[in-house]
Design a protein around this ligand. Structure first.
Ligand SMILES: Cc1ncc(COP(=O)(O)O)c(C=O)c1O
Length: 390
């Protein structure tokens, strides 16, 4: 079992940070890598042509290992929306077709699809969750399968819902998408790095991740896997380094039709960023060392008891099989005033996110059981107050 790793981070002592789904803290090592990157430009003559390639390839290698793919199928992006836009620009769609997405899906995995549908007279099919409190995840997954039909051109969704952690059965949904010939596109921003993802079993056509949450990297960089369906696609922009022989700086104006091998063509311009790439490399190294499954298990062990206690007091939390342990929502009882609850959480200096009438918690290996106890106590106190006669 993975041990607490708080000593590797510089989190404020007086804060309980249960909000990695908002933004992860950087570790001391990741921060140091960033500083070295900044300082490297003090002496630009020391930055040699190979440096423009090595860190990017190292990140490709680490990320591909994490998801069990080939390094050549990884591109360096600035954000999730960029990775999704690349896919949308390379996905033909007819007016009779539809794009399947989920209710309240994160906007970066919606707007490109909405535009693609509008421009082609196609429809965006939003799959709503069932209004049930038991087997909600199971039924939602079933609904998704039912809404995919022979007219579906794209299924674009996450592995876990960003607002409440609902877990989606990507293996079965992917199979259904393949059966009807639809592109299967996953936004892994809220899961990859903390929840195992295997390209070989899930077989998506693209997997897009911003790096500043569960990949523990800095803001402004992401990674994306593109499978054979998109490998020959057209990038959003044409930059010098994505073209064949770009290693030879003296010959850059011998313009080339061909791209670098693999999906390097989808790299964002300026992808060799010596600061963010170095930070992401150090962050991926941590995840490699700890293991993704071990991170998920750590979060599960950390939260188990609180989940049990809160459920008994009438708070709604999805069953363990239907949600992730690194990110989930605690839906507050209807008799509890949400504003009072938020005030109490803030007063205790706990950082979580509020999504509708749910408290979204997202722990990591720097959190302790005591962190969860403090939050649980506050929720229970508010519940007690609500139950008291006026
Ligand atoms: C599911 C999901 N995808 C993507 C993002 C970030 O998107 P982008 O990188 O386009 O800013 C977030 C941020 O909260 C998210 O929750």
């Amino acid at each position: 079992m993975l041990k607490l790793q708080k000593h590797l981070f510089s989190l404020d002592d007086d804060i309980i940070y249960l909000n990695c789904a908002y933004m992860s803290p950087v570790s001391k090592q990741v921060e140091a890598a960033g500083l070295t990157g900044i300082q490297s430009k003090r002496s630009p003559q020391r930055i040699k042509p190979p440096h423009f390639f090595e860190a990017a390839d190292q990140v490709r290698h680490r990320f591909s290992t994490l998801i069990n793919a080939e390094a050549q199928s990884i591109a360096i992006t600035p954000s999730a929306s960029y990775g999704i836009a690349t896919v949308a620009h390379n996905t033909p769609i007819a007016a009779s077709q539809n794009i399947v997405v989920l209710s309240e899906q994160f906007p970066s995995n919606i707007y490109s699809w909405k535009r693609l549908a509008e421009q082609n007279g196609a429809s965006l099919r939003i799959v709503e969750p069932p209004s049930v409190s038991k087997q909600r995840s199971e039924q939602w997954n079933q609904r998704i399968l039912e809404r995919i039909d022979t007219q579906t051109a794209v299924v674009a969704m996450p592995h876990v819902h960003w607002a409440d952690g609902t877990l989606f059965d990507l293996e079965n949904i992917g199979k259904r998408a393949r059966d009807v010939g639809a592109a299967f596109i996953i936004d892994g921003t809220q899961s990859v790095g903390a929840l195992p993802f295997n390209i070989q079993t899930i077989q998506p056509d693209a997997l897009i991740c911003a790096a500043y949450k569960w990949l523990l990297g800095p803001y402004g960089i992401g990674v994306a896997y593109y499978g054979p369906r998109y490998a020959d696609g057209v990038p959003l922009e044409e930059n010098w380094i994505s073209r064949k022989d770009s290693e030879h700086f003296g010959g850059l104006v011998k313009y080339k039709e061909e791209y670098q091998p693999g999906v390097v063509r989808f790299d964002v311009g300026g992808r060799s960023n010596f600061i963010t790439l170095a930070m992401l490399d150090a962050a991926l190294k941590h995840i490699e060392d700890w293991g993704v499954l071990a991170i998920q298990e750590y979060c599960s062990a950390l939260t188990e008891e609180s989940v049990y206690t809160l459920r008994n007091e009438g708070f709604w939390i999805e069953e363990a099989e239907g949600r992730a342990s690194h990110l989930f929502g605690i839906r507050v009882r209807e008799d509890i005033a949400m504003e009072r609850m938020i005030e109490a959480i803030h007063a205790a200096r706990i950082s979580v996110s509020i999504r509708g009438n749910a408290v979204r918690i997202s722990p990591h290996i720097y959190n302790t059981r005591e962190d969860m106890d403090v939050l649980t106590e506050i929720l229970l106190k508010q519940a007690q107050k609500a139950s008291m006669p006026l």
